[in-house]
Design a protein around this ligand. Structure first.
Ligand SMILES: [Fe+2]
Ligand SMILES: [Fe+2]
Length: 196
């Protein structure tokens, strides 16, 4: 599937605003991809498709999760807004014929992240949260850091997300903590190396 076909698919399957967000996420992800020398082709496809399941209702997402054998444990059922990540990856694979595991992972992980993200997957995760129309306190700091230290920017972004969830007294998926701890370790290691 080339870019034009993906664009056509998104235009007919996403609301206009979501489509525009996907294109902005692609722009931001490509900007980061150039800085960190990532595979720009994979970044483009992953970013454009990351929200491809966003049009689905919670009920439809649950049905799709059952169909594709995505585990629906209590954490997922209490946090249904993250389900469009893993379901989106399955749609991309089965409806759009995307076979690349790294791209499918980038789509699946964009909502919570993962403890073993590749460079492309990290970039998609962050670009989704800092594309130009996103607005929240400290976003300027995260955008600035994104160009200098991707791992530290992601750690700040996860911290901001956790803070937001706590402030809303909302359900926090425990994997968020696991993912955060991986970035805490990475950032500590980087600081240790620098001070030697
Ligand atoms: Fe999303
Ligand atoms: Fe998104």
């Amino acid at each position: 599937m080339d870019r034009e076909e993906i664009i056509q698919y998104l235009k007919s399957n996403l609301k206009e605003q979501r489509y525009a967000h996907s294109v902005r996420t692609e722009e931001t992800a490509l900007m980061l991809g150039r800085i960190y020398h990532a595979d720009l082709e994979k970044i483009s496809v992953s970013a454009l498709l990351h929200d491809c399941a966003k049009r689905m209702s919670y009920q439809e997402l649950i049905e799709a999760a059952k169909k594709y054998q995505i585990p629906l444990d209590d954490n997922m059922m209490c946090n249904l807004k993250v389900l469009h990540g893993p379901v989106g990856a399955k749609l991309a694979e089965h409806e759009l014929g995307i076979k690349d595991e790294e791209i499918l992972g980038a789509i699946a992980f964009h909502t919570i992240g993962d403890t073993q993200m590749t460079l492309v997957q990290k970039i998609i995760f962050l670009a989704d949260g800092i594309e130009p129309q996103r607005s929240y306190p400290d976003i300027y700091k995260i955008r600035h850091l994104a160009k200098k230290n991707l791992d530290l920017a992601i750690l700040l972004y996860i911290d901001r997300t956790i803070g937001y969830v706590l402030a809303k007294q909302d359900y926090l998926h425990p994997k968020t903590i696991e993912v955060r701890n991986v970035f805490v370790k990475t950032v500590k290691e980087q600081r240790g190396k620098k001070s030697k």
